[in-house]
Design a protein around this ligand. Structure first.
Ligand SMILES: O=C(O)c1ccccc1N[C@@H]1O[C@H](COP(=O)(O)O)[C@@H](O)[C@H]1O
Length: 227
């Protein structure tokens, strides 16, 4: 294969659970791909649509805004869409493909990898319209954002769409996580915080730096299939 078909690898980065405009500014300055706002009812990082609207307005161009839900009702999802205008939705609960796709926006389906009943099979058929998947450490029915990792060897090898690794990532393990899993993207919340919903600028910086080091270490991606 010629070098013209290979580019340096670039793992996508999503910072999740932001609640403060100053954290949005740091995330943008660090060049992350996406920031997430949590509307799940039981979350410690839960925000209201009105609270998030100015944060979303403060995003740099090309930084995606992700609205995170967990078994919220359709009216709540619609209210968030109308007020926040997120780029993409992320669903962590029992939502099916019909529900997730019914809002006319791209969506990520989170797959609960913790607990006994984890079900990561047949994702392409069960969530045919998902833009991507996110493998997270919480058990089905439990809220995420716990700071705990799961056994990465349980990630299905045949995931049909781009997928993000989440759960317990932090600046000191994300290098190894990327090297071990070749994930398309990483999603982090607790590992860059000083308190729930309050991000730490130094941790955010160290996290991005570690991802870029991992990208350089893992090497290049073949682009010929996509071109
Ligand atoms: O962050 C939350 O409070 C949350 C609540 C309900 C579902 C998902 C939630 N967070 C997601 O979990 C991952 C991993 O979090 P952590 O890095 O282990 O703290 C986070 O990136 C969110 O996508």
């Amino acid at each position: 294969m010629s070098d013209v078909n290979r580019l340096p690898r670039r793992t996508r980065i999503k910072f999740c659970g932001l609640t403060r405009i100053e954290d949005v500014a740091v995330a943008c300055a660090l060049g992350v791909d996406a920031v997430g706002f949590v509307f799940a009812e039981r979350s410690k990082r839960r925000v209201s649509p009105a609270q998030v609207a100015p944060l979303r307005e403060a995003l740099d161009p090309f930084v995606a805004s992700v609205a995170l839900f967990m078994d919220n009702d359709a009216a709540t999802v619609r209210e968030v869409i109308d007020t926040v205008r997120p780029t993409i939705l992320q669903f962590h609960g029992d939502e099916d493909d019909a529900f997730c796709a019914s809002f006319g926006l791209p969506y990520l389906k989170a797959v609960a990898m913790g607990g006994e009943g984890a079900r990561a099979d047949d994702l392409g058929a069960r969530y045919a319209r998902a833009t991507g998947f996110l493998f997270d450490s919480h058990a089905a029915g439990q809220v995420g954002g716990s700071g705990h990792a799961f056994d990465w060897t349980r990630i299905p090898r045949d995931c049909p769409r781009p997928w993000l690794l989440a759960g317990g990532l932090h600046p000191d393990n994300v290098f190894e996580a990327i090297r071990a899993t070749y994930c398309w993207g990483v999603d982090v919340s607790s590992g860059i915080e000083s308190a729930p919903g309050e991000k730490d600028a130094a941790k955010m910086h160290r996290f991005v730096e570690a991802v870029r080091r991992a990208d350089a270490a893992v090497g290049t991606i073949a682009t010929h299939d996509a071109l």
